[in-house]
Design a binder for this molecule. Sequence first.
Ligand code: ADP
Length: 459
Amino acid sequence: MLRSLSWKLTLAFLLVALTATLLLAAVIRLTSAGQLDRLIIEQRRNELQAQLVNYYQANGSWAGVQLYLAQLRGGLRLREQTNRPPVGRRERYELFGLADADGNVIIPLPGEYLPGARVPPGVLARGEPVVVDGQTVGVILTAGLPPGLNPEETAYLQRTTAALVLAGIGAVIVALLVGVWLARTLTRPLRALTAAAHRIAGGDLEQVVTVQSADEIGELAAAFNRMSREVARANQARKQMTADVAHELRTPLTVIGGYIESMRDGVLEATPERLGVIYSEIERLQRLVGDLRTLSQADTGELKLEVQPVSPAELLQQVQAAFAHQAAQKGVALSVEAERALPAFGADEIRLMQVLGNLVANALRYTPAGGQIVLGAIASSDRHVSLTVRDTGPGIAPEDLPFIFDRFYRADKARATENGESGLGLAIAKAIVEAHGGTLTVDSTLGQGSTFVIQLPQR
Ligand code: ADP
C-alpha cells in the first residue's frame, strides 16, 4: 500500500501544504515582530521628541531636562508596573538618549554614550533632530536593542500564531482531500490499463480501455488501444497466413499425389502428358516456396539487394520488351512514357524488374482487349523517382483497395488458383520496394483502371 501511487501523491501534497504553512508562519512571525518593534520605537521617539521640543521652548536650554523626563516617566512606570517587560530587555526610557547640537551627551545611553562624552558626527547625523524655531537644538539617539512588547502587542502576536495554526490545519485537510481525489482519478485509468495488459498477456489480444481524460494518461490509453488493435491484427494475419499456406499447398499436392498413386497402382500409365502435369504442379510449389522465402527474408531484413545505377527509361523499355509479345497477343497496347534524360538511381535491377514484371503481368491479366497499359517514369522534386504502371482495366473496388498488398489476398476469390496466381505477387512487390527504402501505392477507380506507383529514393 505504501508503494502505491495514491499514497505517494497524497503524501507529496501533504508535505507541500505543511512546508508552505510553516514557511508562511516563519515569514509572518519574523516580519511582523520586526515591524512591530520598529513601529514601537518610532512611536516612542515621536512622543519624546514632542516632550523635548516643549521643554526647550519653555526653558531655552537643556539644563534639568533629565530630571524633568524622569518625573514624567515616573508616572508612566507606575502605570506600567504590573506589566513589566521580561528581564533582560532594556526598559523603555533607556531606549533613547539626547545630545545637544554639537554632539555633547545630555541624556546618556547606558553602555553607548555616557554623560559628558561626545557623539561622533556620523552618529549625530543619523539621529532624530529636535528642532525649535527652525534651529536644531538637539539630537535624539536611539539604542540598538528592540523594546519589549506590551500586552496588546503580545496578544496580537498570539492571535496571528493561532490564525496560522488554524490555517495550517485547514491546508493539511484540503491537501489530504485534494491529494486523495487526484490520486484516485489518476490511478483509476492506470489500473484499467494494467488489467487490460494482463488480459492481453492471457491471450485476449483485442482490448479497448475507455479513458475520458485528454492528458498524458488519455494519450497512453489511446496508444495502448492502438497497440492492442495492431497486435490482434498481426496475430490474425499470422493465423490467416498459416491457413493460406496450407490451402495453397493442398491443391498441387493432391494433384501430384493422385497421379502418382494411380500410376503406382497401374490404374494410369505414366505418359509424358501426365508427367508434364505433375511437373507443372511441382513448379507451382517451387514458385510458392520461393515467394514465401522472399517474403520471410524481407520480414527479417535479410533480403539481399545488388544495388547498381539503373536508368529509369531503359528499365521500363526492358520490361516493355519482355511483355510486348504477350500484350500483342491479348490486343492490349503496352507503351513507355519516360524522358530519356531522367537521372539514373541506385537499385537492384533484377528485383526491380521482378516488381515491374509482376505489376505488368497483373495489368495484362485484368485489362481487356483494346485496353492500354502505360509504363511511366518521372523525377519527383524531392529527390525521388516515381515509376508507374497504368492500365485501363476494371479497376479495384474501394473495399478491396486496403488489402490488395496483403499476403494471399485476392479480390476475386473465385477465379483465384485456376490461373496459378498465388495472391502473393503484390505483397512481394511491396516488400522489395520497401527494402529499397521506397513505397508502393495504388490509385484505382472502378471501371476506369488502376495506377500502381513505385516511389524510390534517388541514391
Ligand atoms: P495475384 O497473384 O492474385 O495477382 P496479387 O498480389 O498480384 O495477387 O494481386 C492481388 C489482387 O489485387 C488481385 O487478386 C486482384 O484482385 C487485384 N489486382 C492487382 N492488380 C490489379 C490490376 N491491375 N487491376 C485490377 N485488379 C488488380
